[in-house]
Design a binder for this molecule. Sequence first.
Ligand SMILES: CC(C)(COP(=O)(O)OP(=O)(O)OC[C@H]1O[C@@H](n2cnc3c(N)ncnc32)[C@H](O)[C@@H]1OP(=O)(O)O)[C@@H](O)C(=O)NCCC(=O)NCCS
Length: 188
Amino acid sequence: MNLPFELPLETDRLVLRLPRADDVDALMEYSADPEVCRYLPYEPRERDEIEKTMERRLGFTEFTPEGHPLFLHVEIKETGEMIGEFLLFSRDVEARQGEIGYVLNPRFQGKGYALEAATALMDIAFKVGNLHRIEAKCSAPNQPSYKLMEKLGMRREAHFKEQALFKGDWDELLIYAILQREWRELHP
Ligand SMILES: CC(C)(COP(=O)(O)OP(=O)(O)OC[C@H]1O[C@@H](n2cnc3c(N)ncnc32)[C@H](O)[C@@H]1OP(=O)(O)O)[C@@H](O)C(=O)NCCC(=O)NCCS
């Protein structure tokens, strides 16, 4: 394993850990939901696709220049329920660029869990992993996603209009980012 920081990460209410083979049922609960997948780059998944996805994730245990995502599955500390996933991509090793992504089971949205998990991941990625800049992207109508980026202190750096076709319609892409020194000011 080649990671820039130790796992699992713990917050007040959550644990962020590497995926496990027995996460398939929890993954199924939200990855098969059309509303969850609305702005994700895939359609709702059947169980066999989710099993294949899990197999791939079990191999993504590094933070490498090749851009493999590091997947972290999020658990509620008190109950052990797996409620979603956070991703950290290495986009450019020399320039220390990263990108985050996130998906939460709708049963656990609206409770501040995404903000809590993303804050922990970004904090360790900047302060221990020494990333210089972290960005995040979403479709412009995905308000819960860009609201999260704004709560994280990220700056809207781009709004690309009709820059691609996405699920049969024009896509509006938002790009947000924050630099390490800006993060340190917010989280000394
Ligand atoms: C994007 C996503 C992860 C955001 O999840 P979320 O639960 O809305 O995000 P947060 O953790 O920031 O929670 C925010 C809400 O929790 C509420 N909340 C409740 N308790 C809270 C607490 N203790 N701390 C902070 N917020 C709290 C906030 O008031 C806020 O409510 P609001 O949206 O009505 O203003 C979620 O919408 C999702 O998984 N979407 C589907 C997949 C997707 O599109 N991913 C992004 C692809 S780019």
